[in-house]
Design a protein around this ligand. Structure first.
Ligand code: 5GP
Ligand code: MG
Length: 181
């Protein structure tokens, strides 16, 4: 499919599944190397990162602990800046190496909030793995440790990412088409 429509918006194919998988494989190799000798806790950030987390875990294929947490900040097609913790991490993180798995970093406010919480809770090390990164939108002093793909500041859907809760199940990533194009 080259184009999809979700509610009032049109999206065009942007990143095919094959490229996404390749990026995740590359991340897995680096993560595996870096976590050697530690007992990491992987945390998938819901809802958006569910597909990325599943793929990354299958690539790691190891004896690691996995849990999920849920935050929300987006309204429609832009970041609200206000972070809601809907489901906290329900595993003690004190002394642990925590690897956060996020779908996309835009302004950085969500991950800054989560990383601060983890540090305050006594995590020994916090690593941030994000499938997608919009470097030009970043408003925090945050440097992701693992980035799948860097992209321009366009609104995208698919592979876990939604527009008003629709579009998460597409296997490819689509970019918004501005009206008139
Ligand atoms: P931040 O706090 O970095 O601004 O935003 C992070 C969250 O906003 C991500 O976890 C993601 O859920 C959402 N987000 C950011 N950019 C996009 C985008 O282009 N498309 C969608 N669907 N969600 C996005
Ligand atoms: Mg997210």
């Amino acid at each position: 499919m080259n184009r999809i429509r979700l509610k009032d918006k049109e999206f065009e194919l942007f990143i095919p599944e094959s490229k996404i998988k390749e990026a995740i494989q590359g991340m897995a190799v680096r993560i595996k190397e870096d976590i050697k000798g530690t007992d990491p806790l992987f945390v998938g950030v819901l809802n958006g990162a569910f597909m990325f987390a599943a793929e990354l875990m299958k690539e790691l294929n190891g004896p690691y602990q996995l849990t999920f947490a849920r935050y929300s900040s987006y309204k429609g097609t832009s970041s609200s800046g206000e972070i809601n913790e809907i489901m906290p991490i329900q595993v003690p993180v004190e002394g642990r190496t925590v690897v956060l798995m996020e779908d996309i970093i835009d302004t950085g406010f969500t991950m800054e909030f989560v990383i601060n919480k983890l540090r305050n809770a006594g995590a020994a090390d916090v690593k941030l793995a994000t499938l997608l990164f919009k470097p030009e939108a970043m408003q925090c002093k945050l440097v992701p440790d693992y980035v799948g793909l860097s992209i321009p500041t366009d609104f995208i859907v698919g592979y876990g990412l939604d527009y008003d809760e629709l579009g998460r199940m597409y296997r490819d990533i689509y970019k918004i088409v501005e009206p008139g194009k």
